[in-house]
Design a binder for this molecule. Structure first.
Ligand code: ADP
Length: 578
């Protein structure tokens, strides 16, 4: 008779790195992964879906990364982008850098090769020191080597992405981590549910008083709302502050709709008047970068590009380092926008007189003049269509469907859409952001539809669409209510350039003439439409919104419409010389 051998080791429950990553994300309320599977993260994607997460697979990692970044902007939770090693990681890196630049919270999670082989440069499959490469492009970068550290790694990544000024975070997960097994009870204990991931930051009272004091002295005050204000989701407080002060405001591109663009205090239509004329400007979640001409030069009433216009600035921002980045900030208010705006409101007092009537009248007069001029242009119906007549339709459709998201990229297609199409709700306009980058279109569209379930209208230049166009397959695969409108003028900026030598190659900025982009959507089972008149465009857009079917409308416009570099001609040395 033999003795009974206890089987403790076999009966002990274990888990592995795959499951721990998924559990750590789910524990922190992250329910969606955008990515592109392959070695070594294929099984992670499969198991995440099996565990009930939404896994949205793209055709190129940059688009998955852009989707993750904008999901972060929309939700204040870090968007997750999952990629393979080396090339897939590098494809995702552009989106990570863009997220960091735009203050969008996202986490790029990339599988990586064997550490020992990479570090000795012995030529592993897709060998690359990804952590070192990611660092300069990210707000923070971490690597997890042991399964028991996954909980800490994910928690640190989440905190880094959303606390303070949000940004992109890189999380490096070597292939060998995933199959590591660990006792299930110990694993459960190692996970961290992050408490208060983006702590409020209350501004100092003296800073608030200093800001209010400066605003009180203003004769021609102005508020500039940036995408930081949109991100903060302090919509009611911001509206209350704007309305309580009575100060005209200017929304930056992605802050459009924070208050409806039709709000009487909105000064968008008088932008070139209010910037140089204002004496005190309060920036709320907006940086004085190139998009605001660095606070200097002719835009601000200065004599030359380096000349300061004499404005005094209040800057409300979560980053204490932002103040004085371009010109002197007289009253920095550092804290989260919700807390800062509430403190400013509380401090205003019943004696607040509001801006002088002459200033408000001057702004209103300029606004009325420009609105009338624009209405005249929009009423024209030239053949072929131009940007204005096509965007007049988009403007009506967005007005009738204020819940819809508007994704927008291009050069002229961007500039005209921004100024013509009014927004009515916060965080509905998603565009090229701080870099003015191309290629965000389809990634943003997929994320907006997946995260919100609302219809998405993507107004794309034909050039811009090319950067992410293959994702129409993704849009069809997930059957998303995305309506892509390509303003097609046959080229970059415009389509009428010729090769000056008369040689066989086309000019570098033109595309195939009369391209049928709508057929790309049809190829994957979506709806394609071809529109050469505003009536055709309107009918196709209305049907797309009604049916919620993936739709691509090829809106053919005059190939001579459009200017080089759109509204940023001043940044293009070639155009400057002309
Ligand atoms: P825009 O391009 O619309 O002008 P920017 O991206 O230049 O906007 O500026 C956004 C600013 O908002 C950044 O300086 C960032 O630090 C700040 N910010 C982001 N989120 C918050 C927040 N929750 N509270 C306060 N400031 C924020």
């Amino acid at each position: 008779m033999g003795t009974v051998v206890p089987q403790v080791a076999q009966s002990q429950e274990v888990t592995d790195g795959f499951h721990l990553v998924i559990d750590a994300l789910k524990l922190n309320g992250i329910d969606t992964i955008f990515g592109l599977p392959g070695i070594p993260i294929t099984d992670l994607a499969r198991k995440a879906q099996a565990a009930g997460m939404r896994v949205i697979s793209f055709r190129h990692e940059q688009n998955a990364g852009n989707a993750a970044a904008i999901a972060g902007f929309m939700t204040q939770k870090p968007g997750i982008c999952l990629t393979v090693s080396a090339p897939g990681f590098l494809n995702g890196l552009t989106a990570l850098a863009n997220a960091t630049t735009n203050c969008f919270p996202m986490i790029l999670v990339s599988g990586s090769s064997e550490r020992e082989i990479v570090d000795l440069q012995q030529g592993d499959y897709e060998e690359m020191d990804q952590l070192a490469i990611a660092r300069p492009f990210a707000k923070a970068a971490f690597r997890v080597l042991h399964a028991e550290d996954i909980g800490v790694g994910v928690a640190r990544a989440i905190r880094a992405a959303v606390s303070g000024r949000p940004g992109g975070v890189y999380l490096d997960l070597p292939g060998r981590l995933f199959p590591q097994t660990i006792d299930a009870a110990a694993a459960a204990k190692s996970l961290i549910k992050v408490v208060d991931p983006a702590p409020r930051q209350i501004p100092a009272q003296d800073a608030v008083q200093r800001a209010l004091g400066l605003l009180r002295t203003a004769r021609r005050p102005l508020i500039v709302l940036g995408k930081g204000a949109a991100y903060a989701q302090a919509d009611a407080e911001i509206r209350a502050l704007v309305e309580r002060t009575g100060i005209p405001y200017l929304p930056m591109s992605m802050a459009k709709g924070l208050l409806p663009d039709t709000h009487p205090q909105c000064a968008s239509a008088a932008r070139s008047f209010v910037l140089p004329e204002a004496d005190v400007v309060m920036l709320v979640g907006a940086r004085l970068n190139w998009l605001l001409s660095h606070g200097k030069g002719k835009t601000w009433g200065g004599k030359d590009p380096k000349d300061w216009g004499g404005q005094r600035f209040v800057q409300v921002d979560i980053s204490p380092q932002e103040a004085d980045s371009n010109v002197r900030i007289d009253a920095p208010v550092v804290g989260d926008i919700g807390s800062c705006v509430s403190a400013l409101l509380a401090g205003i007092g019943s004696d607040w007189a509001g801006p002088p009537a002459e200033w408000l009248a001057a702004v209103a007069e300029r606004k009325a003049k420009n609105v009338a001029k624009m209405a005249e242009t929009l009423a024209k119906n030239p053949a072929p269509m131009n940007f204005h007549s096509a965007l007049n339709v988009v403007r009506d459709i967005v007005k009738a469907n204020p819940d819809a998201y508007l994704v927008n990229e291009g050069a002229n297609a961007l500039d005209f859409t921004r100024s013509i199409v009014d927004m009515y709700q916060p965080r509905k306009r998603l565009d090229v952001g701080t870099w003015g980058v191309m290629g965000v279109g389809m990634g943003f569209s997929v994320a907006a539809a997946v995260v919100s379930g609302q219809p998405v209208i993507a107004v794309e230049g034909d050039s811009a669409f090319g950067f992410s166009g293959m994702e129409v397959e993704t849009i069809c695969r997930y059957n998303l209510p995305v309506c892509v409108v390509i303003l097609n003028n046959n080229g970059v900026y415009r389509g009428d350039e010729r090769n000056p030598t008369g040689g066989r190659d086309p000019a570098p900025l033109v595309f195939v003439k009369d391209a049928r982009y709508e057929k790309v959507m049809e190829a994957f089972g979506g709806v394609g439409a071809y529109a050469t008149t505003p009536e055709e465009l309107r009918a196709a857009m209305e049907e797309a919104i009604r049916s919620r079917r993936p739709t691509l409308i090829n809106a053919v416009i005059d190939e001579g419409a459009g200017t080089e570099s759109g509204r940023i001609t001043s940044l293009n040395p070639a155009a400057k010389r002309k």
